[in-house]
Design a protein around this ligand. Structure first.
Ligand SMILES: [Cu+2]
Length: 279
C-alpha cells in the first residue's frame, strides 16, 4: 500500500515536471498570435494598436507571422509583419506569449519597427533599450544625399551610428543642432546644441566642458560618396533633460569641421534630419 502511494507520488511528480519543462511547439506559438489577431478583429472589427510615439490608434492587418520564435525571461515571443491600413506603412510587431501550464496567451504587443526603423533593441544583458532613427534629407534641390542616423540609449551612454551616401569625398562636419526643424535649407535647425554655453570643440576628445554637446566631429566620406560614423557618448540621452537630444536635429556640413571658433568653419548645411522623440 505504502509502496503504491510512493509510486503514484513519483509518477505525479514526473508528470508535473514534464508539463513545466515542455516547450510549446513553434507552430503553436505562431498560431496563438494568429488566433489573437483574429479574435481582436472579430470582437473590435479590426486589429488596432496604440502607437506610443505618435499617440495614434493604428489599424493593422496581418501580412505574416515570422518563422522565428524565441524566449526572453518568462515569455516566448515571435514577430509579425503588419500593414497600416491607412498609411500603407509596414510594421514589425513583437508578441510576448505567456505559457500558463500549457495554455498559451498573448501577454503584450509592441511596435518593434516602423518601415524598417527599429524602436528598440536589446543590449548584451538582454535589456530592452530605446532606439530612434533620424533620416537625413538634402537641403538643396538636385542633391542626392541620403542618410540614416541611429541613436541607441545604452546604459553606458548614447550610441550614435550614422551612414550617409551621395556626399562629396573628404571630411564633413557633423553636429547635433538645437532645433528639430529642417526647413529653410536646414537653417531653421538653429545653432549647435550647446546647453553649457561653451566654445566649439570635439565632444569625444574635449568633453562637455570644452565642446558643444552637439559637436560630433566629422564624417569621412570615401571615393564612392559613402561614409560612416559610430560614437558612444556618455552623458547624451534620448530622455528629457539638459543633455536630451530627441526633438533636435542632425546636420551634415559642406566642409570639414576644423574645430576652430565659433563653429568649426564647416560651411553650409548640405543635409538635415530631425531626431524623433522616443516612445
Ligand atoms: Cu553644424
Amino acid at each position: 500500500m505504502r509502496r503504491n502511494i510512493i509510486v503514484i507520488f513519483i509518477f505525479v511528480t514526473m508528470l508535473e515536471a514534464a508539463m513545466v519543462c515542455a516547450e510549446p511547439a513553434p507552430e503553436a506559438l505562431r498560431q496563438t498570435i494568429r488566433d489573437y489577431i483574429a479574435s481582436e478583429e472579430k470582437s473590435k472589427g479590426a486589429f488596432e494598436i496604440m502607437d506610443e510615439r505618435t499617440g495614434d490608434l493604428r489599424r493593422l492587418e496581418l501580412v505574416r507571422v515570422h518563422e522565428r520564435v524565441g524566449k526572453t525571461g518568462n515569455y516566448y515571443y515571435s514577430c509579425t509583419d503588419m500593414k497600416d491600413v491607412k498609411t500603407g506603412d509596414l510594421l514589425d510587431l513583437d508578441f510576448d506569449i505567456q505559457d500558463e501550464a500549457g495554455n498559451l496567451k498573448v501577454a503584450d504587443v509592441r511596435i518593434h519597427k516602423d518601415n524598417g526603423d527599429p524602436r528598440y533593441t536589446y543590449d548584451d544583458r538582454d535589456n530592452r533599450v530605446p532606439v530612434v532613427v533620424s533620416h537625413l534629407k538634402p537641403t538643396q534641390e538636385g542633391s542626392s544625399i541620403s542618410g540614416k542616423v541611429t541613436f541607441t540609449e545604452m546604459a553606458e551612454g548614447l550610441k550614435i551610428d550614422a551612414e550617409v551616401s551621395g556626399v562629396s569625398p573628404g571630411r564633413h562636419g557633423f553636429h547635433i543642432h538645437e532645433k528639430g526643424d529642417c526647413s529653410d535649407a536646414g537653417n531653421a535647425a538653429g545653432g549647435h546644441f550647446n546647453p553649457d554655453s561653451v566654445p566649439h570643440g570635439d565632444l569625444v576628445q574635449d568633453g562637455f566642458v570644452h565642446a558643444h554637446a552637439g559637436d560630433l566631429g566629422n564624417i569621412e566620406i570615401d571615393a564612392s560618396g559613402n561614409g560612416k560614423l559610430g560614437k558612444l557618448i556618455t552623458g547624451l540621452t534620448l530622455n528629457e533633460g539638459k543633455y536630451g537630444v530627441a526633438g533636435r536635429s542632425v546636420i551634415l556640413h559642406e566642409k570639414e569641421d576644423d574645430f576652430g571658433q565659433p563653429t568649426g568653419n564647416a560651411g553650409g548645411r548640405i543635409a538635415c534630419g530631425v531626431i524623433p522623440e522616443k516612445a
